[in-house]
Design a protein around this ligand. Structure first.
Ligand code: HSE
Length: 455
């Protein structure tokens, strides 16, 4: 009896020590998001401890030029330029990867997992492209990998989809998931600003990726959509199958014509379950201006999720920037600490579905996607042209829903014709577009922007 009480007391004291000891975090990267994470962890330390029950301390941090940083106290945080030193520090329990990119980040994360560390990352490119390998390694080591900040910055969309919507069969997800792109489109529409000028501002504000073509050519949004599709439908991460089109070809003219027709052009990531398979596509999209998501402006992101039980739900917030992204990173650290000693089967599965229940539903190509279209063309200004164009679409089984013809500019002999089609398969529209472009009365290529009603 005496023996048992001694053992019990010993176990309790171990438990108490474990509960109240600071959790030691290793931080990789002290750039925009790394700096934001350190700031939030330090500023809100008391609030966070009240939620978690233990202090969380950055005890080792790596970053380029880290000796010059002023956020972390070298008396309590070891500072190094060598990120592997942090990952190999045996005291570290959670490695927070905020370096970004593919190769180095992957090596560091894999090493952290091998060393038995839990990982938190904001790296969407890493999860979208190397997620399966990383998650397999994490499962075999019994550690967690959290990536809330990888999609839509500060919006807790991963948590919402993995937990809050877990009762639902998700039907589709549509999101504005690149803050830089949304900021550019908003400024073009509201202020008629130049594309390059707005992009520079987004870079200065810390919104844009290190390589801003990731933002404007849709790659960043495609990384995020890849993750959302897995969470929605229980399919593997398949970045290579995501159709990706950016905003670099969107003109102020089209933004204005869309407004005249009652639509906004937004850069959307859309994933939808259909009878043929799963749509996975990122592109500029006309959406009715009366939809809430059409009014999400600036760097803000929004994700609309349609579940069979709940119906549509909309998640809105800052999609980029130091502290909004840090908010998601720190939430992941908190989640990790709360279940740090729990076995993996007591934790939420990394992609929201049990590993052995993942599905092999095919992802369909863009040619098989059904959508409506905004088509703009430059046509000769003489009688019969509109009829000829409409007839060509009709012969290709494309139904036109609305047409506008703009007044010709003075001394111009051509006019802009804008047509909105009804829903049809993309491969059919492609054939019709080619036929219209071949008409002698139509000049140059047609502009085509997909259109979604999101109802
Ligand atoms: N470059 C990204 C964006 C940052 O603009 O949304 C957040 O992932």
């Amino acid at each position: 009896m005496l023996e048992c009480s001694r053992i019990c007391r010993f176990q309790i004291s171990l438990f108490v020590e474990n509960v109240f000891d600071a959790v030691k975090v290793g931080l990789l990267g002290l750039g925009t998001v790394g700096g934001g994470t350190a700031t939030v962890l330090l500023r809100n330390a008391e609030e966070i401890q009240a939620r978690v029950g233990r202090p969380i301390k950055i005890t080792h941090a790596a970053g380029l030029g880290i000796a010059d940083q002023t956020l972390l106290d070298p008396a309590t945080t070891k500072l190094t330029e060598d990120a592997f030193e942090v990952v190999d520090d045996p005291e570290i329990e959670i490695v927070v990867e905020l370096i970004g990119g593919y190769t180095l980040a992957k090596d560091l994360v894999m090493k952290a997992i091998e060393n038995g560390n839990h990982v938190v990352t904001a790296n969407k490119a890493l999860i979208a492209t190397h997620g399966p390998e990383i998650m397999k390694a994490a499962a075999s080591q019994g550690v967690s990998v959290c990536y809330e900040a990888a999609v839509a910055g500060g919006i807790p969309i991963i948590k919402a989809m993995r937990e809050g919507l877990a009762a639902n069969k998700i039907q589709w997800v549509a999101g504005i998931i690149n803050g830089t792109g949304n900021f550019i489109l908003t400024e073009m529409r509201d202020k008629g600003r130049d594309f390059a000028d707005v992009l520079k501002e987004a870079q200065a504000l810390g919104y844009a990726e290190a390589d801003p073509t990731f933002d404007v050519e849709g790659i960043d949004a495609a990384h995020k959509l890849t993750i959302l599709a897995s969470l929605a439908f229980g399919i593997e991460l398949q970045f290579d199958k995501t159709y990706t089109e950016g905003i670099s070809k969107v003109t102020t003219e089209d933004v204005n014509y869309a407004e005249e027709l009652g639509y906004r052009i937004k850069h959307l990531g859309i994933t939808r379950k259909t009878d043929k398979g799963i749509e996975l596509r990122v592109h500029p999209t006309l959406i009715p201006e009366k939809r809430l998501i059409a009014n999400v402006d600036g760097v803000m992101n929004a994700v609309l999720v349609q579940g069979d039980a709940v119906g549509p739900t909309l998640y809105y917030g800052a999609g980029a920037g130091a502290e909004p992204t840090a908010s998601a990173v720190v939430a992941d650290i908190i989640d990790t600490v709360r279940t740090i000693d729990a076995p993996l089967h007591h934790k939420v599965p990394l992609l929201g579905f049990q590993d052995d229940a993942m599905r092999d539903t095919p992802v369909i190509g863009i040619d098989d996607v059904e959508s409506s279209y905004y088509l703009r063309m430059e046509a000769e200004d003489h009688p019969g042209v509109l009829a000829e164009v409409s007839d060509t679409f009709a012969r290709n089984s494309i139904s036109i829903e609305a047409v506008i013809q703009k007044e010709p500019e003075s001394n111009e002999s051509t006019v802009h014709l804008i047509m909105l089609t009804q829903k049809c398969v993309e491969s059919k529209v492609n054939v019709a577009i080619k036929a219209v472009e071949a008409l002698s009365s139509v000049k140059g290529d047609l502009v085509r922007i997909r259109m979604e009603h999101l109802d």
